[in-house]
Design a protein around this ligand. Structure first.
Ligand code: 13P
Ligand code: ZN
Ligand code: NA
Length: 283
């Protein structure tokens, strides 16, 4: 069933585990993540970026997730990922999203607080939970880019103040991950994460988890992460599968064949990630 992100993440916080939050783009990816989460008994966060909403429409995405969640005996939250405007939040709340991220991380502190606070007020009135970001996660997520040199780590003391100032339900922290693939191995600042964890009482979110080795993901959970965002690691096998089908058979014209195979490929990686993160059996 469809529940708020807060309901899922507060339980993860008190149980010291993390939930996989998977970015989806269409019916097949919604079905892939929900099918696997049901089989693995894993609570699930399904998220769509603002540009995916531009592509598919919030209403269509919400309808897909609601249809999948209706028959699912696990908690599922539908989350808006990296919204940068109040209007994007309004649009998603209107069609039934149960969680939203307002990403004011590129703004000066006071403006980030003001925007986040405004979103928290609206969302809480509507019974929807809110994620915000402090510090800047590097890399590119759809049409949002942060130069690696401009990425800045979250300052623990500032995180405490930000949560007090905004009333946000969970916080995305910048500890060395980046959106998309990595050139080398990412170096995560686990000491900083532990310090933040010891000072704040809300669930913490790790962005840019694709390309982080399994051990790094497990350590992030041990050090206090409760939501792990994965996008690129699902997109790559999906594209590769479709590409392989057309390489082998350029005349393939049955969408059920190539999109069905893509759905199977996404299921494989989602199952693997859920088991690495360790949220299987938590629903
Ligand atoms: P990756 O594409 O690196 O998995 O990042 C996903 C993300 O942070 C979505 O918000
Ligand atoms: Zn992100
Ligand atoms: Na990444």
């Amino acid at each position: 069933s469809l529940v708020t992100g807060k309901k899922i993440l507060d339980k993860a916080l008190s149980g010291h585990y993390a939930i996989g939050a998977f970015n989806v783009h269409n019916m097949e990816t919604v079905q892939a993540v929900v099918n696997v989460a049901i089989e693995e008994r894993a609570p699930l966060i399904i998220q769509t970026s603002a540009s995916t909403i531009k592509y598919a429409g919030a209403k269509f995405l919400a309808a897909n997730v609601k249809a999948a969640a209706e028959d699912a005996d696990i908690p599922i939250a539908l989350h808006l990922d990296h919204a940068t405007t109040y209007q994007q939040v309004v649009e998603c709340i209107r069609v039934g999203y149960t969680s939203v991220m307002i990403d004011g991380s590129k703004l000066p502190y006071d403006e980030n607080v003001a925007l986040t606070k405004k979103v928290v007020e609206l969302a809480h009135y509507a019974g929807v939970s809110v994620e915000a970001e402090l510090g800047k996660v590097g890399g590119t997520e759809d049409d949002i880019s942060v130069d690696e040199r401009e990425a800045t780590f979250t300052v623990p003391e500032e995180a405490v103040k930000f949560i007090e100032d905004t009333g946000v339900d969970y916080l995305a922290v910048a500890i060395g991950t980046a959106h998309g693939v990595y050139k080398g191995e990412p170096k995560l600042d686990f000491e900083r994460l532990k310090k933040i964890r010891s000072m704040v009482n809300v669930p913490l979110v790790l962005h840019g988890a694709s390309g982080v080795p399994d051990e790094g993901l497990r350590n992030a959970v041990v050090c206090g992460i409760n939501k792990i965002n994965l996008a690129t690691d699902l997109k790559i096998p999906m594209a590769r599968t479709i590409r392989d089908i057309f390489m082998a058979n350029p005349d393939e014209d049955d969408p059920r064949k190539y999109l069905g195979a893509a759905r199977d490929a996404v299921e494989v990686v989602v199952r693997d990630k859920i088991r690495v993160i360790g949220c299987n059996g938590k629903a």
